[in-house]
Design a protein around this ligand. Structure first.
Ligand SMILES: Cc1cc2nc3c(=O)[nH]c(=O)nc-3n(C[C@H](O)[C@H](O)[C@H](O)COP(=O)(O)OP(=O)(O)OC[C@H]3O[C@@H](n4cnc5c(N)ncnc54)[C@H](O)[C@@H]3O)c2cc1C
Ligand code: SF4
Length: 547
């Protein structure tokens, strides 16, 4: 294809990703510029068709960072409508539910049950009022570098490239967004972030990042089963004792209940299906009543970081920084990362603003990482750093260690436990027990395709695949032969299917990329790291209403 001149737009700061981290960064930048009486051009791009379309979270929201960013959020109408009023922590066996004391990190007094997608929509409005330019439907597809190797912005993807890589009649070239500083706020396992981490060696000297997959549904439940403000977490069944994970069930406003299941991606059995574990969980006698007479409204999935303190990479590189879950600031025992995502965006904004203002004597000399080390994020994550890795000792070992670490050592243990990469953890299929999942009943439990249908996922069909195999031969030679193609089961959208070639009967991996809900699990869990998730044409993907 002939080189086409791309349009170019220039800003002081470009932010990639309109999640809580990116929007908090953009708002803080504009607040600082207003206070200093200077002009500052700030632009945010978002790959979803609108802000919030790709946001999926729990979510119980801790308002600490929001209080700092927009202290008058109540008067400004922020969608924090349901205070958390009761916490229940349950251990499930196949037929019973035992109530356990709620760990202190999971006390939610003062927090709110929200839709993070709706909070982002509101933050975007606040940002625009301050003069931030927001472009939904534009995916950052390429990092731009100057001749010295400094990041000088990003290019959005071309639109209208056909499956064969040739331009179609819809063709519109991408746009170059040039900036003095570029803040990457792509969330967990960002695709451009992945290239930056590699290019600048940002993980040198830190633990690998580790992850979980969260599968979620939004329900409208019968009025008699609705208790606004109720927060329920479960551990135990249906997972075995060696697999880390559990469920959440949050009662929001308007008879809505957010229910989801999170499973650590260090799971070992290639026959495990996070989607089906979640469906099975909902049929538990202590859980299914919540949904009787209710209606499922939406479905989706997203990976989340679990590495915590010891996996925070270097955040700074020439020309920009990483913030939010792109870097990884989730407090795993709290199951919360939106408050830390926002705070990291704000701190990065302050650092970048000082740098742009030439305040080298003040904070202009600090890196984002140094500035974050002085913020509450650092202490919060340091204190809980050993809790997630302790679950390597199994469920009961992990719970016992966590109690000791929390109540006796108070997070100040003189040791730090380390992480192993998730993709190395699968055992061969020949050594793993097969798991028989029950058939969905269509009332409480469902199949994958009807679930993807209500995620409103849509991708232009005639476009190059956005799920790329580095070596296509490995799909059968390794993934299928050794692990019985675990991607058939861990993908929550049924994107990967092993099919038989007509005639020869040979096995082949079929990739139904149009179903992809952008959870990024395949990019993380593939045992050979053979799958690269890259952005599809902007605007493609799920269209979550209020997830
Ligand atoms: C199942 C689940 C439950 C959770 N529960 C809670 C909870 O109860 N409480 C809590 O506080 N936290 C919770 N979290 C964590 C929380 O959702 C994250 O910590 C938070 O969303 C991180 O914010 P972020 O802005 O860094 O990333 P994200 O929220 O992921 O936002 C990133 C944005 O960037 C966009 N983007 C990505 N790449 C590009 C690109 N190349 N170009 C353009 N746009 C791009 C994405 O579409 C998205 O809109 C949960 C997470 C999951 C998955
Ligand atoms: S293809 Fe990958 S990113 Fe897309 S839904 Fe499946 S596992 Fe998630």
């Amino acid at each position: 294809m002939a080189e086409v001149e791309r349009e170019r737009m220039e800003y002081d700061v470009v932010v990639v990703g309109a999640g809580p981290a990116g929007l908090a960064a953009a708002i803080r930048l504009k607040q600082l510029a207003t206070a200093a009486g200077t002009e500052l051009g700030v632009c945010v791009i978002e790959k979803g068709s609108e802000v919030g379309a790709h946001i999926l979270s729990g979510a119980v929201f801790e308002p600490r960072a929001l209080n700092e960013l927009l202290p008058d959020w109540r008067e400004r109408g922020a969608p924090l409508n349901t205070p958390a009023v009761e916490d229940r922590f349950l251990y499930l066996t196949a037929n019973r539910a035992l109530r356990l004391p709620t760990p202190p990190q999971m006390h939610n007094h003062g927090n709110y049950i929200i839709s993070l997608g709706n909070l982002c929509r509101w933050l975007a409005k606040e940002a625009e009022e301050l003069g931030v330019e927001i472009y939904p439907g534009f995916a950052g597809a390429e990092v731009l570098y100057d001749e010295d190797g400094r990041v000088r912005g990003v290019a959005t993807g071309d639109m209208g490239i056909g499956r064969d890589g040739e331009p179609t009649e819809r063709y519109t070239p991408g746009v170059e967004l040039i900036a003095h500083e570029t803040i990457f706020a792509e969330g967990c396992r960002g695709s451009l972030t992945k290239t930056l981490i590699e290019r600048f060696g940002l993980r040198e000297g830190t633990d690998p990042q580790t992850y979980a997959i969260g599968v979620k549904e939004l329900w409208e439940v019968a009025p008699e089963h609705h208790q606004p403000g109720l927060v329920v977490h479960t551990i135990g069944w249906p997972l075995d004792k060696g697999t880390y994970g559990g469920s959440f069930l949050y009662h929001l406003e308007d008879r809505q209940v957010a229910v989801g299941f999170v499973i650590g991606l260090d799971y070992k059995n290639p026959f495990l299906s996070p989607f089906e574990e979640f469906q099975r969980f909902k049929t538990h006698p202590a859980i299914r009543d919540f949904f009787a007479g209710g209606r499922r409204i939406s479905y989706g999935a997203r990976a989340l970081n679990e590495g915590g303190f010891q996996s925070i990479p270097r955040l700074d590189f020439p020309g920009g920084a990483l913030v939010g879950c792109a870097a990884g600031f989730i407090n795993v025992p709290k199951i919360k990362g939106s408050h830390t995502a926002m705070k990291s965006g704000m701190v990065a904004a302050e650092t970048v603003f000082a740098r742009l203002s030439g305040d080298a004597g003040g904070d202009g000399g600090a890196t984002v990482r140094e500035a974050l080390q002085r913020s509450w994020i650092w202490d919060e994550l340091y204190r809980v750093r050993n809790i997630r890795p302790s679950f390597r000792l199994g469920l009961w070992g992990g719970l016992l260690y966590s109690a000791l670490d929390t109540y006796v050592l108070r997070g100040r243990a003189p040791w730090t436990m380390h992480h192993h990469p998730d993709h190395t953890q699968l055992i061969p299929a020949s050594a793993a027990p097969r798991i028989q999942y029950p058939r969905p009943d269509g009332q409480i439990s469902f199949d994958r395709l009807s679930s993807v249908f209500i995620s409103n996922t849509n991708h232009e069909e005639d476009q190059p695949p956005h799920l790329r195999l580095r070596d296509p031969a490995k799909a059968i030679a390794i993934n299928y032969r050794l692990y019985d193609s675990p991607e058939q089961r861990y993908c929550p959208a049924g994107v990967y299917e092993i099919v038989e070639e007509a005639g020869t009967g040979e096995k082949r991996l079929q990739i139904n990329a149009q179903n992809c809900v952008h959870c990024k699990t395949c990019d993380i869990k593939d045992p050979e790291q053979n799958i690269d998730w890259v952005v599809p044409e902007g605007g493609g993907g799920p269209n979550y209403p209020n997830m």
